[in-house]
Design a protein around this ligand. Structure first.
Ligand code: GDP
Ligand code: IMO
Ligand code: MG
Length: 431
């Protein structure tokens, strides 16, 4: 029995959905604890591809409880759409296997409109958000004026809180962002419609998880986004608005750090980023395009082309440090097959100096140039490899070097999107 946190070790889209799907077999509960439907986690089951934005990836396994914790911001419309689709496809037969924290914050219509209008107004300085209202919803949470699920389920409290805040939101929308205002009635009608569906899932999920732990059940925490998108530890302000690092698993679920046994960071064998912000190893050439095509690097949430580049060992080491990674899962190694040379960034050149840590300052990181170590590539199709020994020697050496440079043991290597295309070296649940 172990409680395991899975987080993104880069800029998101590392393949967390696939790894969580693999690990779910060994867990009793799968918990989302931060972010919202800005996430897009892809799972491939047989020939079926499922993209989950909000519901934990454990939902495709019968008998596993899925929890959306207090740290998540939830768009009720998206939640209902997602469960409706899952049910239509034969999943979520038992509603008691999905639970929402009554303390989680609700994404309101004005959050989405403000997110999109603010980005439009920012022009070249925009963050490149997913436009899902995530930032504005967390602003209200931290500003102590958010609307929680428990408020939505209490008609009086909901009406009062919406009335209290709507004048301010409409002022911002109309006077500052040049957009349309909302009426109380339209919000009330829409959201009261959602309340009835959400009610049956609401629970004190911290207590529920506590009881599961006491009963000897295991928890799998499914992180969204990635380390460099963390509001504290990422490339601020080009980040999302939540704590994507492992610490967020505790604050976002109400489970103590003393209950966490393993933290696994997911990293692609190269790197991608969607949206704006520094990306020292970015390739804006034909190699970048080749990675984009081979890795099908187009956003699962917005469909935007992902920026592509080489594996950055400084970023990996940073992720090991701020998350306390006990293991790294390397994904998409197959995407590198066919490249003559593969590169890994081992340092940054800045102002005549060599940096070996990711600098905190945006101005500094924007001026950093990557220093690379080059490796000979391999041409074989590796998607059928079941052990490291079955990989071409050059691919084995590449993994070994990544492991040395990153500073945490590689516990899993993914060589294709399917469940079967996975080399498991150590199972964190059997620690
Ligand atoms: P997440 O947000 O971290 O869950 O990642 P996404 O689902 O947004 O993006 C990862 C993409 O890579 C998805 O389309 C996965 O199906 C795919 N994928 C995951 N692992 C592998 C792998 O080892 N090889 C290949 N080719 N694709 C993979
Ligand atoms: P998963 O869980 C990659 C990025 C956006 C933008 C920034 C802020 O699938 O890895 P937001 O809408 O959160 O305010 O946008 O964060 N971003 C992601 N990038 N994967 C994600 O999720 C992301 N969620 C947000 O592109 O740069
Ligand atoms: Mg994704």
């Amino acid at each position: 029995m172990a409680n395991v946190v899975v987080i993104g070790a880069q800029w998101g889209d590392e393949g967390k959905g696939k790894v969580v799907d693999i690990y779910t077999e060994f867990a009793d509960n799968v918990v989302r604890y931060q972010g919202g439907n800005n996430a897009g986690h892809t799972l491939v089951v047989g020939d079926e591809k499922v993209i989950l934005h909000l519901i934990p990836s454990g939902i495709l396994h019968e008998g596993k409880r899925c929890i959306i914790g207090n740290g998540v911001v939830l768009d009720p419309e998206v939640f209902i759409m997602e469960i409706t689709k899952l049910k239509a496809n034969g999943y979520l037969k038992d509603d008691s296997m999905l639970r929402l924290s009554e303390s989680l914050h609700i994404i309101m219509p004005y959050h989405k409109r403000i997110d999109i209008a603010r980005e439009a107004k920012s022009g070249a300085k925009k963050i490149g958000t997913t436009g899902r209202g995530i930032g504005p919803a967390y602003e209200d949470k931290i500003g102590r004026r958010g609307i929680r699920l428990m408020d939505l389920l209490d008609e009086k409290s909901f009406s009062r809180k919406v009335k209290e805040i709507l004048d301010e939101k409409n002022l911002i929308l109309t006077q500052f962002l040049n957009d349309k205002p909302f009426t109380f009635e339209e919000i009330y009608e829409e959201y009261m419609g959602y309340a009835e569906t959400l009610r049956k899932y609401a629970a004190d999920t911290s207590l529920l998880l506590h009881k599961e732990i006491r009963a000897g059940k295991s928890l799998l925490f499914e992180g969204a986004q990635g380390t460099l998108l963390d509001v504290d530890h990422g490339s601020y302000p080009y980040v999302t608005s939540s704590s994507t690092c492992s610490g967020g698993a505790c604050t976002g679920s109400g489970v103590s750090p003393r209950e966490i046994h393993e933290v696994i960071g997911i990293a692609k064998a190269y790197a991608t980023r969607v949206g704006s912000g520094p990306f020292p190893t970015e390739l804006e050439d034909e190699t970048g395009e080749a990675l984009r095509q081979a890795g099908r690097e187009f956003g699962s949430t917005t469909g935007r082309p992902r920026r592509c580049g080489w594996y950055d060992a400084l970023v990996a080491r940073y992720a090991v440090r701020v998350n306390g990674l006990s293991g790294i899962a390397i994904t998409k190694l197959d995407v590198l097959s066919g490249l003559e040379t593969v590169k890994v960034c081992t340092g940054y050149s800045y102002n005549g100096q060599v940096l070996d840590e990711v600098p905190a300052s945006l101005e500094v990181i924007e001026q950093c140039r990557p220093i690379y170590q080059e490796f000979p590539g391999w041409t074989e199709d590796i998607t059928g490899a079941k052990s490291l020994a079955e990989l071409p020697e050059n691919a084995q050496n590449y993994i070994k070097r990544i492991e040395e440079l990153s500073g945490a043991p590689v516990v899993l290597v993914s060589v294709g999107p399917r469940r079967s295309e996975t080399i498991v070296l150590r199972n964190p649940f059997e620690a």
